[in-house]
Write a protein that binds this ligand. Sequence first.
Ligand code: 5GP
Length: 199
Amino acid sequence: MIEVLPIQSSVITKESANPGKLIVLTGPSGVGKGTLMRSLLQRHPELYYSVSVTTRFPRAGEIDGKNYYFIGRSKFEQLMAEGEFLEWAEFAGNYYGTPRETVLNQINSGKLVVLEIELEGARQIRVSFPSAFSIFILPPSFEELEKRIRSRGQDSEEAIARRLHRAEEEIKAAHEFDIQIVNDDFETALHDIEAALFG
Ligand code: 5GP
């Protein structure tokens, strides 16, 4: 595989993100990151969304290659050992990772690349891409988050418990991010993200 070095010289300030950069969107499971992400992509076709690799089973309606690349654990571990991930983490019993080569190629060709990833991965990106602009999405309350995770109706009770535990830990780290946005009113949250990214 060809190693492409990340562009480290250009800096994304807290005020604006210029083309050819990396944006990290993080927040607890169920906070609505996916929906915000989809709206952002529709409204800003210049954004490149990095499709992650995971060992989790597809949920109803999820498409391989669009929502995730769904693979088995041993294949994931092989790719991990080969250094194919820009970052990876284990979350609620499954592996998740960002394909290194695709993302670096997109950044190096001037794209604004968005990663929708959990906390551990976001921390790895902060080390390898100090200039990445990071956004943390917060729920209006923990009770509301639990309601949203349950209403999705697609996770087992055990998975829900793991996700809620992890959510508590993630929320404690929200201050590590460049900006924090509360997803109470969807339109307001979307507008706040756009204002942070595009001024
Ligand atoms: P879900 O199973 O609900 O789709 O995702 C669980 C968590 O994994 C979410 O917080 C999501 O943002 C995160 N995630 C998805 N893809 C990646 C990835 O490539 N790397 C990391 N570190 N987290 C990811």
